[in-house]
Ligand binder design. Sequence first.
Ligand SMILES: Cc1ncc(COP(=O)(O)O)c(C=O)c1O
Length: 442
Amino acid sequence: MIRRWKTLFEPYRIKAVEPLGFASTAERERALHAAAYNVFHVPAETVLIDLLTDSGTSAMSGEQWAALMRGDEAYAGSRSFETFQKAVRELTGYREVIPAHQGRAAEHILFSVLGGPGKVFLANAHFETTRGNIEATGAKAIDLPAPEAADPANPSPFKGDIDTRALERAIGEHGAANIPLAIMTVTNNTAAGQPVSMRNLREASEICAKHKIPLFLDAARFAENAYLVKKRETGYAARAAAETAREMFSLAQGCWMSAKKDGLAHIGGFLALKDKALADRAREAMVLFEGFPTYGGLAGRDLEAIARGLSEVLDDDYLEHRLRLIEFFSERMRAAKVPIVEPPGGHAVFVDAKAFLPHIPPEQLPASALAGAAYRTGGVRGAAMGNFLRLAVPRRAYTQSHLEYVAEVFSEIAAQKDLVRGLKRVGEAKGMGVLFARLEPV
Ligand SMILES: Cc1ncc(COP(=O)(O)O)c(C=O)c1O
């Protein structure tokens, strides 16, 4: 319905509000210093517009809050599990449904069963927790992104695709018997949230079928992928996102999902698949670290919120607004002369910090330097990812004017960007570098 109008308006009205954190520049300066120039460690209260992640940060609907009250907290076989299972089955078409406390927990369960030394997993790109969970078992994770993904300025519509020729080659090289799964991450978070085309997904599915390798989706942002297909791929414009989403799942044998993104929930995830024997092994494996297979580390109320979220997210008006908001944000950033990864994907605008701050060499961490500058200048928080600063947009939480403000902050930074200084690491970063890095200005 909102596609018919030029005005970009939210397809909902606001029922509850949360004040923003108006810290002073001096307060933010102090907080940044105390956080060793790593915005992951500043108090969230001092952040005005928080674009650190779109994960677990959605605004839930009135119906989702109401669903929380319907939560059945029975330890085993709760009514809320039935509701959850039905919603996941209807969406994916997969019978076996295993809840988990978030996406990486579902990955942990799956790869603890399928991984191990000598095993190889192939994907358009593995998200970092996927790679971490695979490598923790001694197996190898190989990314096979489409060549266009390497050029941030290339405006190709489906830079999340897998390189199908490289997929064929890798299967030949490693042997199908050593490849328990191939993976398509939709949208492709590691490749700047770029979508995967249905054509590419179908080709990957056919190649996998030929070699008898199951194909799984990492479906964290399946709805955004489906809507980007509607907008960009020939033949899909007239279809509802829900129909395209079902077609996506039909091309794979299973999936896992972080429900903190397109589940519109604050916590949760799941594994869903066709193979009952594999599902039973996963159920046995999960008991020690997630819990009984009908709750999987979640409260009954969380299962209810996700079940509801999975249908709300496929509303075409919601998705039209979401993707037009990202486009609007991108346009304003371009107008502020900020180089971004083109075309924008479904959940974030990625600033090419290396291109934006050419006076800061990559070893002086231009993306982290820019993250500090955005926080200091306007209380805007993003996440440094390699040479990019990801400005992820939480779902239903911020409006067009909030993002207009963010672009204004970047325009101010652009006007005096020579003043942004590079950073260097101090001490050893433990675990996942970006989360725990301690930095100081060069
Ligand atoms: C594509 C993808 N897969 C998996 C995950 C892991 O999910 P979670 O954060 O719920 O553990 C994420 C989280 O950002 C993701 O983007």
